[in-house]
Ligand binder design. Structure first.
Ligand SMILES: [Fe+2]
Length: 287
C-alpha cells in the first residue's frame, strides 16, 4: 500500500516543525491552500498557452531570469517573466518556512510554466513521462546533489494534475540494480571532454540514468508494480524529491514548477539520499 501524500495543515505549518524527515523518507508534501493570486492581466496565462511550441515548457534560468520558450507581446512576456520570478520567491519562502534545516544550503535553479496538456502521444519510451520514473538529467550531472521540486496546479477550470507515484526507492533499486551496465570512468571523462555532459558524469549519475531508462522500458513493471494514483487539485502546491519519489505525470494542464538543488551533506539525514541508498545496495562507496 503506497500512501506518499503528507498533507500539511495550516496548524502544522503554524507549529513550525521541520518537515525534512518526512520529505527525505519519500513523502510528497501537499499544501492544500497556499495563496498565490493572479492579477487580472495574468489570468490570460491560464486561458491559452503563451509558449512558442518548440520546447515542452517556458522557463526562466539564472540570475538574470531570462525567459525562454515564451510567446506573446513584449508586455505579455515581461508579465509572464515576473509571474515566474514571483513563483520562485513563493517557493523560496515556502522551503524556508517548512524546511528550515536547508537554510543557506539550497540553490534555486529553473522555474517553469507548463501550459500544455501532459503529452500522451505515442512518443519514444525514454521521453514518455507518463511512465513511472525518477528524474535524471543526461547532459547535466547531479553528483552529490538532490533534486527538490515545488509544483503548483494553476488550472482555471477544475482540471486536476494526475500523477502516479511508485514504490519505495530501495525496493525499486533491489529489482533493477542487478540489471544495470557497469560504470566506466573513462567514458565519463570522454563525455565531459566532448561537452556532451556539462560536468563529469559520476557513477551515481550513470546509475540514475540507467534506472530512469530501465524503469520506463519495463512494461510489466509499469503495469504491475505497487503504485498509487494521486490527483492534485487547482490551487494545491506540492513539494517532493523527484530523484527519490517515482512518479509519472498522467494528465493535467497549466502548472508552475520550481527546481532546487540540495547537497546530500545538507540533508537532515544524508543516509536517506538515493546516493547513499545505492552505495549501501552495492556494498561500497560510489565512484
Ligand atoms: Fe519527472
Amino acid at each position: 500500500m503506497i500512501s506518499p501524500i503528507h498533507t500539511v495543515s495550516a496548524a502544522e505549518m503554524q507549529a513550525g516543525r521541520s518537515l525534512a524527515g518526512a520529505l527525505e523518507d519519500g513523502a510528497v508534501l501537499l499544501f492544500p491552500d497556499l495563496d498565490f493570486p493572479f492579477s487580472d492581466f495574468e489570468r490570460r496565462f491560464v486561458e491559452r498557452p503563451f509558449a512558442d511550441g518548440k520546447a515542452k515548457n517556458v522557463n526562466i534560468r539564472g540570475a538574470g531570469a531570462e525567459l525562454r520558450g515564451a510567446a506573446g507581446s513584449p508586455e505579455e512576456q515581461e508579465a509572464l517573466r515576473q509571474l515566474l520570478i514571483r513563483y520562485r520567491r513563493f517557493s523560496e519562502e515556502l522551503i524556508a518556512r517548512v524546511l528550515p534545516d536547508y537554510a543557506g544550503r539550497i540553490s534555486f535553479a529553473g522555474t517553469s510554466y507548463r501550459p500544455f496538456e501532459v503529452d500522451k502521444r505515442k512518443m519514444s519510451w525514454r521521453r514518455d513521462d507518463t511512465r513511472l520514473h525518477v528524474d535524471a538529467f543526461p547532459s547535466n550531472p547531479i553528483g552529490e546533489k538532490r533534486i527538490l521540486r515545488v509544483f503548483r496546479n494553476i488550472n482555471p477550470s477544475g482540471l486536476t494534475r494526475h500523477w502516479r507515484v511508485g514504490e519505495d526507492f530501495g525496493a525499486m533499486a533491489d529489482k533493477f540494480l542487478p540489471k544495470l551496465p557497469g560504470y566506466s570512468p573513462l567514458s565519463a571523462r570522454l563525455l565531459a571532454a566532448l561537452r556532451i555532459t556539462k560536468a563529469r558524469r559520476s557513477e551515481y549519475d550513470h546509475l540514475m540514468l540507467h534506472l530512469h531508462d530501465a524503469l520506463k522500458q519495463d512494461e510489466t513493471y509499469q503495469k504491475d508494480a505497487p503504485q498509487a494514483e494521486v490527483h492534485f487539485q487547482p490551487g494545491q502546491t506540492w513539494v517532493t524529491f523527484s530523484d527519490l519519489v517515482m512518479h509519472g505525470a498522467m494528465g493535467g494542464r497549466y502548472m508552475l514548477e520550481q527546481t532546487a538543488y540540495l547537497p546530500v551533506a545538507a540533508q537532515a539525514d544524508p543516509d536517506k539520499s538515493p546516493q547513499r541508498i545505492l552505495a549501501r545496495k552495492l556494498g561500497r562507496p560510489l565512484r
